[in-house]
Design a protein around this ligand. Structure first.
Ligand code: ADP
Ligand code: MG
Length: 694
């Protein structure tokens, strides 16, 4: 039996989609698409379904014809309706696309990386002959503009010139997309591959960069044209038939029933917390607190939507600042591998979109503006690890504030106005300006990040590479142990008749083997984020409030700095939620509070602890100088100013030292401050013996 006939399709529509077609007819022509589930076609007639996959062009012509001529009970025809087939049985991964897929109906999934503006495209051009005024219609295809060869009026027959009549021509909205493989489908730092997509009519303009999509379409090949002429190599593009933007289910990795059992089993171990922390980058020695923080970041807190439309992020942002060569980059790479969705990028990323987003011209060679998503958009609902953050571009520097707190990125350029989602946790690494961390200068200055940006991180760690015999030898033996294990393994695998046994290798590997297998841990994290929504109990809450008020109290007395802001309180809550998630536990207990307070305290101690007063001081993060230091600098400036008045505008250095000493500052300290004021341009030396404030 012939399957692909108008009558068969009509029967199919009648059986499965009568209601949908009537609903469509009501809203036609504002709505023009009938969405059909492939499963229904298969149920109706497996041969017809097969035919559709194999010869989509032929079948669509018939099927769409049947839809457009469908007899409706109202006086309307769906003369330009589209048939959109979704839910194909299989998806082809972008990297597996081959010539066998050409001209077939296929489904792919991925992440929209770029999208052009929506612009009209000429479908049928109307031409008028300048000689006899005959009108001709020429169907345009392939993106090349085709003019009549000669006038179709036999009595005229001229070869031009012809004038295009735009009002009689037919246009369709068109948009091009570039889709790349999703991060969760990539293993071990593979570079994602991309595929270009054509969308037309009501499919144009419905997705934005950063969106997850499942696309059904017909894969088409077109000949590459080089300067030398047409090439024998072909490029591929997908003409889209349907676009779905599945939200939740799709973005999550699959967990089988056995894996779920294993996960729950793991969570019951009283040492689960230690086990998770120990499974993070076991090849890197030390950094227990950092790894603990990274474990919390992986789990993340609970995002909250409030009735007033506000959204509070659940994502935890962590920044690692420190000397070179202390495994910051290694930690970042490890986390990206463990995260269910992770993207690793450098602040100096070469793509135009950088970390946030950009509008670029002519990416597809057709002169249109294209919106391209950067790392923080592509990492939506995952972790973006940004190395060398101190080197990010100035556009990113300003856009990233919004990305971190509101978790969106707005772009308004060249007529493109868009708000992209960037609901991701940021794990940043930054090297200090002079290579090494200078404890006397603020973090903000050293890594060239605005204090307002720094205050958006929930946790900031300063990692210093200070020689210390005990620690150094431990790191050395750890690193050499890892190398030794690797050597034994390589020998056993590659040298025929190697005498090294499997158990010797396993013994050596012991130190660098994670407690929990990385694949399982990745699923553990996905499971926790999907299933566990912890709630603070009263004890835990009181403990957090107590801690927070204690810190704030240091700011009560008029002279002392305002220590911590409400942001830190939010950070505490998020971290507690993450801590409970590690145990897959719905209740946040006082133990979670204690654990988190310990981490936050140690962080504050590094970045906001004023050793001179023994108090925490958020000013150190925001301005780089503690209040006690600022007060001292103020006193010094006053001394200089007084001396300037007494000595006709120039303060003798010797007098500055003596007066400062009378105030209790030693000479070395004064010299240090004078030097710093000088580099900051607040002070200069008209002669070597004098100083003057600017
Ligand atoms: P950074 O990004 O901080 O400049 P890298 O991540 O590139 O440093 O690390 C440099 C090398 O030193 C890496 O091969 C790393 O494994 C090694 N290394 C540094 N510190 C440690 C450590 N504590 N334990 C194990 N390896 C380390
Ligand atoms: Mg590095």
């Amino acid at each position: 039996m012939e399957t692909n006939t108008s009558a068969r399709w009509e029967k199919f529509f009648n059986r499965y989609y009568l209601g949908d077609i009537l609903a469509l007819a009501n809203e036609y022509p504002e709505k023009r698409s009938l969405y059909v589930d492939f499963v229904n076609i298969e149920k109706f007639d497996p041969d017809m379904a097969e035919e559709l996959l194999e010869h989509p062009n032929r079948v669509f012509e018939v099927a769409e014809g049947a839809l457009r001529n469908f007899a409706l009970p109202i006086d309307k025809t769906l003369s330009s309706a589209h048939l959109r087939v979704m839910n194909l049985p299989q998806k082809v991964s972008i990297r597996d696309l081959r010539s066998v897929h050409i001209s077939k109906l296929i489904a792919i999934e991925g992440l929209v990386r770029m999208a052009t503006e929506v612009r009209p495209k000429l479908l049928v051009a109307a031409f008028e002959c300048n000689g006899c005024h005959e009108t001709m219609y020429i169907t345009q295809a392939d993106g090349r503009f085709v003019e009549p060869y000669m006038c179709k009026n036999d009595e005229c027959g001229r070869k031009g010139p012809f004038k295009i009549k735009l009002t009689d021509s037919e246009f369709v909205d068109a948009q091009k997309l570039r889709v790349q493989e999703s991060p969760e489908d990539l293993r071990g730092g593979e570079q994602p591959q991309t595929l270009d997509i054509n969308t037309e009519d009501d499919l144009a303009g419905i997705v934005s960069p950063g969106d997850h999509v499942v696309l059904t379409g017909v894969l088409r090949s077109y000949q590459r044209v080089t300067r030398e002429g047409k090439s024998t190599f072909f490029d591929i593009i997908l003409d889209s038939v349907a676009i779905e933007t599945p939200d939740k289910e799709f973005t999550e990795i699959e967990i089988t029933a056995e894996e779920e059992e294993a996960i729950i089993e793991l969570s019951k171990d009283p040492k689960i917390y230690e086990n998770v922390v120990k499974s993070i980058a076991p090849s890197i020695y030390g950094y227990a607190e950092v790894k603990e923080a990274l474990a919390l970041q992986l789990m993340s807190g609970v995002p909250k939507n409030l009735p007033d439309g506000a959204r509070i992020r659940g994502d935890v942002h962590v920044l690692l600042v420190g000397d070179p060569g202390i495994a910051k980059s290694q930690l970042l790479r490890y986390i990206v591998k463990l995260a269910p969705r992770g993207i690793y990028t450098s602040g100096r990323s070469s793509s135009a979109a950088g970390l946030t987003a950009a509008a670029v011209r002519d990416e597809f060679g057709d002169g249109r503006w294209t919106l391209e998503a950067g790392a923080l958009v592509l990492a939506d609902q995952g972790i973006a690890a940004v190395d060398e953050m101190d080197k990010m571009r100035s556009e990113d520097r300003s856009a990233i504030h919004e990305a971190m707190e509101q978790q969106t990125i707005s772009i308004a350029k060249a007529g493109i106005m868009a708000t992209l989602k960037s609901r991701c946790s940021l794990l940043g690494a930054a090297n200090p300006k002079y290579g090494r961390f200078d404890p006397y200068e603020g973090i903000a200055q050293q890594i060239k990040m605005a204090p307002a940006l720094l205050s958006r991180f929930d946790l900031i760690f300063v990692l210093k590479d200070e020689p210390d015999v005990g620690r150094d030898s431990a790191i050395a033996s750890h690193i050499l142990g890892a190398h030794h294990a690797g050597e034994l393994h390589a020998h056993r695998i590659n040298v025929p008749g190697s005498e090294i046994t499997q158990s010797e290798v396993a013994d050596a590997m012991e130190v660098v083997t994670p407690e929990i297998d990385p694949d399982l841990l990745r699923k553990y994290v996905a499971y926790a984020k999907r299933k566990v929504y912890p709630i603070l109990n009263d004890d835990a809450r009181d403990r957090l409030i107590g801690f927070y008020l204690g810190l704030r109290k240091q700011g009560e007395d008029r002279d002392s700095p305002v220590p911590v802001t409400a942001r830190q309180l939010e950070a505490l809550v998020r971290l507690c939620e993450a801590s409970a998630r590690i145990r897959l536990c719905e209740g946040i207990t006082i133990d979670d509070s204690e654990r988190v307070i310990k981490i936050v305290e140690s962080c504050l101690r590094q970045v906001a602890y004023d050793a001179e007063t023994g108090m925490f001081d958020a000013d150190i993060i925001t301005t780089g100088v503690s209040k006690s230091q600022r007060d001292k600098i103020k006193v010094l400036r006053n001394i200089i100013r007084d001396l300037e008045a007494e000595h006709s505008g120039m303060a003798p250095k010797e007098d500055v030292y003596t007066r400062a000493e009378a105030e209790g500052f030693d000479k070395a300290y004064v010299e240090d401050v004078l030097g710093r004021l000088k580099t900051q341009g607040e002070l200069y030396e008209p002669t070597p013996e004098y100083v003057r404030l600017t």
